[in-house]
Design a protein around this ligand. Structure first.
Ligand SMILES: *[C@@H]1O[C@H](CO)[C@@H](O)[C@H](O)[C@H]1NC(C)=O
Ligand SMILES: *[C@@H]1O[C@H](CO)[C@@H](O)[C@H](O)[C@H]1NC(C)=O
Length: 191
């Protein structure tokens, strides 16, 4: 009897544990108790994965960019993104407004006018953040993207592994997951 009961308990546990695991793969999770104030400041975009055709064409030419994250009056985020393009530093501002749970934001694509969703899937605030973006880049051009934010230009191997595992769990094939090369060109002047 005891052995039977133990077997039954074991099966129940397997069943209970099995369900959230498959769910976690199917949908994108969210950093529990996300604290926006601790997320502010400077981040480096150290890794990217995307299935957009733009990314497929450009991924080899991309280098690490800087995002300065500041709060907006409406409780959202103001991202000042500085990146290297044709040997010049360019700056873009991205305004994210809060959409639902803490850590969920939306923004309007300047180019397409479409509304895209960004969520902070996981962060420890001091070292790394994993972000997921989903939206559209024009008619019939839905895309999704995984981003690795790092507080330094040299993320630790453990952090890079975490990003690779996250991107793979989102269904990105290996050849769409890239770590962006470091550049000193557009960092100075942006505290
Ligand atoms: C966003 O930040 C940029 C750069 O600091 C600033 O020029 C702009 O006014 C800010 N926009 C909002 C809506 O906060
Ligand atoms: C990218 O992936 C999303 C989500 O899986 C899908 O809806 C979309 O059609 C894909 N886009 C491209 C360009 O493959």
């Amino acid at each position: 009897m005891a052995a039977l009961r133990a077997l039954w308990v074991g099966l129940v546990l397997l069943g209970v544990l099995g369900v959230p695991q498959t769910r976690a793969e199917a949908q994108v999770s969210l950093q529990p108790n996300f604290q926006q104030d601790k997320f502010l400041g400077r981040w480096f975009t150290a890794g990217l994965a995307s299935n957009s055709s733009w990314f497929r064409e450009k991924k080899a030419a991309l280098s690490m960019c800087t995002s300065l994250v500041a709060p907006t009056a409406d409780g959202g985020l103001n991202l000042t993104v500085t990146f290297l393009r044709k040997d010049q530093c360019e700056t873009r501002t991205l305004l994210l407004w809060p959409s639902g749970l803490p850590g969920c934001y939306s923004y309007t694509s300047q180019h397409w006018g479409s509304v895209n969703d960004v969520r902070v899937v996981e962060t420890d605030y001091g070292e790394y953040a994993l972000l997921h973006t989903a939206g559209t880049k024009g008619p019939g051009q839905d895309f999704h993207m995984a981003t690795l934010y790092s507080r330094t230009q040299t993320p630790r191997a453990e952090v890079k592994d975490k990003f690779t595992a996250f991107a793979k769990a989102q269904g990105f094939p290996d050849d769409t997951i890239v770590f962006l090369p470091q550049t000193d060109k557009c960092v100075e002047g942006h505290q």
